[in-house]
Design a protein around this ligand. Structure first.
Ligand code: 13P
Length: 287
């Protein structure tokens, strides 16, 4: 069932669990995530970065693929199709293409400009029954060409943006996209606590879910995080399983080179990663 992400995240915030956003790259990714969500009876958010959207030939292709799969795989759990780290123009394209949710990443603008652009998008998404994620305080590391330094958000700025009529808020709390470096200082729970106190019921989003230890994830959920984004971890799992298949020479046995066989271990590895995260986030049986 294709829905926006507003209701599922309100429910998650009230129920003290988080819904996973898993980024997609192609058919295998999408199928693996949707089947796992259905098997575990969990709501799910499919994340599409602008780069991945281009790779899949455009947002309309993505919408067509997701809608087709929901019907033909009989997916009945709530699924949101969400633009990840969108530019203003990218957001407009996804509104037109039929996404159900968008993230406007205005974190690199001065706060006044971030607020202005976010306000305009609040109006536009309301006309289309979509949900909107805004960002304050950039997320560290690199997400598909978008580079952030990883500063902690200013709780007062978070409150300002939360009051604009957005549906959920991504706030930097020392989180980083991609693998965490050995000298990473961990999440700033002080910042998260201050943001949550000012923003109240607003569902908060934790980007950079890959490699955050389970105890930190649980504490972040306790402090108001209701959406957790995971991308790199599925990529690493897919790559490792595919490497193993090839290194064991399985592509050279029988018809092991058939893409449906060659890509199967990687697809299963994505499923296992998504299952592990949904269990950790507490979204199982919350559809
Ligand atoms: P990771 O790649 O670190 O899991 O981050 C994903 C993310 O935050 C997408 O916006």
């Amino acid at each position: 069932m294709l829905v926006n992400a507003s209701e599922m995240l309100k429910k998650a915030k009230a129920g003290h669990y988080a819904v996973g956003q898993f980024n997609i790259n192609n058919l295998e990714w999408t199928k693996a995530i949707l089947l796992t969500a259905q098997e575990l009876n969990s709501p799910v958010i499919l994340g599409v970065s602008e780069g991945a959207g281009k790779y899949m030939t455009g947002y309309k292709t993505v919408v067509g693929m997701v809608k087709g799969m929901l019907e033909e795989l009989n997916i009945t759990v709530p699924v949101a199709l969400h633009l990840d780290h969108g530019s203003y123009e990218g957001c407009l394209k996804c509104v037109e293409a039929g996404f159900t949710s968008i993230m406007f990443d205005g974190s690199h603008y001065p706060i006044e400009e971030n607020v202005e652009k976010t306000k305009e998008l609040v109006k536009i998404v309301a006309e289309h029954g979509m949900s909107l994620e805004a960002e304050v305080g950039s997320i560290g590391g690199e997400e598909d060409g978008v580079v952030g330094m990883g500063e902690c958000a200013d709780p007062k700025e978070c409150k300002m943006v939360a009051d604009l009529g957005i549906d959920f808020l991504a706030a930097g709390i020392g989180n980083i996209h991609g693998k965490y470096p050995a000298n990473w200082k961990g999440l700033s729970f002080e910042t998260l606590d201050a943001i949550q106190k000012l923003t109240g019921d607003m569902p908060l989003v934790l980007h950079g879910g890959t490699g955050i230890p389970a105890d930190m994830i649980k504490k972040a959920i306790d402090l108001g995080v209701s959406k957790i984004n995971v991308n790199t971890e599925c990529q690493l799992a897919f790559a490792a399983a595919t490497r193993k298949y090839i290194e064991e020479g399985k592509d050279e046995q029988g018809k092991g080179f058939d893409p449906r066989k060659l890509l199967a271990p990687g697809t299963e590895a994505i499923k296992a990663t998504v299952k592990e995260k949904m269990e950790l986030f507490g979204s199982v049986n919350k559809a």
